[in-house]
Design a protein around this ligand. Structure first.
Ligand SMILES: CCCCCCCCCCCCCCCC(=O)SCCNC(=O)CCNC(=O)[C@H](O)C(C)(C)COP(=O)(O)OP(=O)(O)OC[C@H]1O[C@@H](n2cnc3c(N)ncnc32)[C@H](O)[C@@H]1OP(=O)(O)O
Length: 169
């Protein structure tokens, strides 16, 4: 049986993210999982994710790197501390820094593989290298610095909570 995705184990209060929140009907709902010591997610861009005809919009690619990076940080932290992921056991990470190099145009039409590798991990911070691969070719490389989420960013903390509530999510 397939392991549940990291994002499907996030508690409800951090599941509204546009890139990966399972409770965001308008978002990408990215799903990341372990693949040995690396992490992997698959995403098929739609025609409305176009940059120029036939190629994927860079902002979409950046959001895949972002959400796969922070999910990898959370999962790696759980693994390092020997704590299973789950809604009651939360090590939450947000993006402090997001860097993306677009190496070559990313073709639209097929699935993209997003792979993550933890470069460094401490209790408070993870640095994750992420590759975006189309049909075996690395089209973009990114690096995410993910830091433990401040309390002020929880779902009950800001106006976003009210916006999501109003939207019925
Ligand atoms: C069951 C499983 C549960 C899992 C559950 C997970 C839920 C996971 C939430 C889901 C949601 C998805 C999330 C999507 C990813 C977003 O898109 S998140 C949205 C975008 N990000 C933000 O809005 C973050 C806004 N920024 C902040 O709140 C604060 O600046 C931060 C990032 C928390 C950092 O706070 P700070 O007080 O500056 O941190 P500080 O202690 O100074 O630094 C900590 C470390 O980070 C480094 N650092 C800080 N900023 C930077 C930077 N810009 N560049 C490089 N390094 C930096 C520092 O140098 C320091 O490094 P060390 O000295 O430890 O080596």
């Amino acid at each position: 049986m397939t392991e549940p995705a990291f994002q499907d184990q996030y508690p409800d209060d951090v599941s509204h993210c546009f890139g990966c929140g399972r409770l965001n009907d308008h978002g990408h709902q990215l799903k990341s999982r372990w693949d040995g010591d690396e992490t992997v997610a698959w995403f098929r861009p739609e025609p409305y994710h176009t940059a120029t005809p036939g190629f994927v919009y860079g902002g979409l690619i950046a959001s895949l790197v972002d959400c796969h990076g922070t999910a990898t940080a959370a999962a790696a932290s759980h693994r390092a501390e020997g704590r299973p992921m789950g809604p009651d056991e939360t090590l939450r990470f947000v993006t402090a820094s997001l860097h993306v190099d677009f190496l070559r145009p990313t073709p639209l039409g097929g699935p993209l593989q997003v792979r993550g590798q933890v470069e460094t991990l401490t209790a408070r911070k993870a640095v994750v290298a992420v590759s975006v691969i189309a049909d075996g070719t690395v089209c973009a490389r990114g690096r995410v610095v993910a830091v433990r989420m401040p309390e002020t960013m929880g779902a009950t903390a800001g106006p976003a909570a009210r916006i999501m509530e109003d939207a019925g999510s």
